[in-house]
Ligand binder design. Structure first.
Ligand code: KG4
Ligand code: ZN
Length: 353
């Protein structure tokens, strides 16, 4: 089964064609330079950029390959509404013209299923930790189409915490990656940043206070933000590298404390998956691998290139849903961030295995 996946939920325009786990075509255009000047994603610019880029990317696909696809998958949410609508409208039109079924894919589930693109299949049931720029969710994954939320952030996502601290320090946008780079040369300052919202018995997160804690620390210790125009890791003072190393570890530890609770509450789980943009972080990867090992779980994390948004994870998720005997009706809706993604697949036994 060849599935074309389209991803336009935020600031990456991407499409990919997969046959099983084999990638036959892949294209990704990041909009980061268009948003960097504003220090964050501007939704209207994102929609316009997807509109400008998506058709151009689709036209790069070999004509014969495009006409050989069996199925189209597209991210339906959660994400930026205007951005999602561009991808969904394009995918629906393409599905009609190629006369193939369509599947509206859950963006966060797709991130987690990208763990399988490295090779091995996830062993279910699994605990899934999804850490991205807009979401921080802990899931109980019973299968590729059965996800239950066990915990989530009550305010900022982990990626948002990275990005807000990066902004405070005048690091380039989006800052998570740069904090990670600088952290590699920094020392962890013990007992400086609190691991937020851990003194309770739930699996939820609250990262909004971390930025304030860093701002207070920076002010108290008279640490100056970097000059705006010149980011060169070699010239960044050690005091900033230490803040980055401390933030990295604080976030990684917090994620693992809550995930450990979810694992303990579900002794039936056999593996632990971590995915999303923040799963590219060195400390997050290392802490999560250790957590899995401690609990005797198989550990899954996507390759660095499949941690961020990409069309391959969407195509792969579409393939999984189709194998369970489902596709979407042509009138499925886009779901913005904060709204529940409905389980409204329709039965379609054509691809069922
Ligand atoms: O999953 P993603 O690409 O987009 C969303 O769906 O949100 O995640 C983007 C987030 C951004 O907040 C970015 O700063 C963060 O992932 N990120 C990182 C790293 N690479 C990307 N955060 C920490 N360390 C990294 N290496
Ligand atoms: Zn994402």
């Amino acid at each position: 089964m060849k599935c074309l996946g389209i991803e336009t939920s935020c600031d990456e325009t991407s499409l990919a064609i997969l046959e099983g786990k084999t990638c036959l075509h892949e294209a990704l255009h990041t909009q980061i330079p268009a948003h960097a000047v504003f220090g964050g994603v501007v939704p209207e610019i994102a929609s316009r950029e997807h509109l400008r880029l998506l058709d151009a990317l689709a036209r790069e696909v070999d004509e014969d390959l495009l006409h050989s696809i069996d199925l189209i998958a597209v991210t339906r949410g959660p994400g930026l509404l205007g951005a999602l609508l561009v991808g969904i409208a394009y995918a629906k039109a393409l599905a009609l013209s190629l006369d193939v079924p369509i599947i509206g894919v859950h963006h966060l589930h797709a991130h987690l299923l990208a763990c399988e693109l490295t090779g091995e299949d996830i062993v279910y049931p699994a605990i899934g930790l999804l850490v991205s720029g807009g979401h921080t969710h802990i899931y109980l994954m019973r299968s590729a189409i059965d996800f239950t939320v066990l915990g989530k952030t009550l305010d900022d996502a982990a990626g948002e915490a990275f990005d807000k601290v990066a902004k405070l320090l005048n690091l380039p946008y989006p800052g998570g990656k740069y904090i990670d780079i600088l952290a590699a040369d920094g020392n962890i300052l013990k007992n400086t940043l609190p691991r937020p919202y851990i003194h309770n018995d739930n699996c939820d997160f609250s990262f909004s206070g971390l930025k304030t804690a860093v701002a207070q620390f920076v002010q108290t210790h008279n640490i100056q933000p970097l000059p705006y125009d010149a980011f060169d890791p070699a010239t960044v003072p050690n005091s900033i590298k230490d803040v980055c190393a401390t933030l990295n570890t604080t976030i990684a530890e917090t994620l693992c404390i809550k995930t450990a609770r979810a694992i303990q509450a579900h002794p039936e789980v056999r593996s632990f998956c971590v995915a999303g943009g923040v799963a590219a972080n060195a400390q997050v990867r290392a802490h999560c691998a250790r957590l899995a090992h401690t609990h005797g779980l198989k550990f899954f994390v996507p390759s660095q290139s499949y941690c961020g948004d990409n069309g391959a994870m969407v195509a792969y998720t579409g393939t999984q849903v189709a194998r369970y005997g489902y596709t979407s009706a042509l009138d499925f809706e886009a779901i913005p961030r904060g709204r529940h993604v409905p389980a409204d697949y329709i039965v379609n036994h054509f691809f069922k295995e």
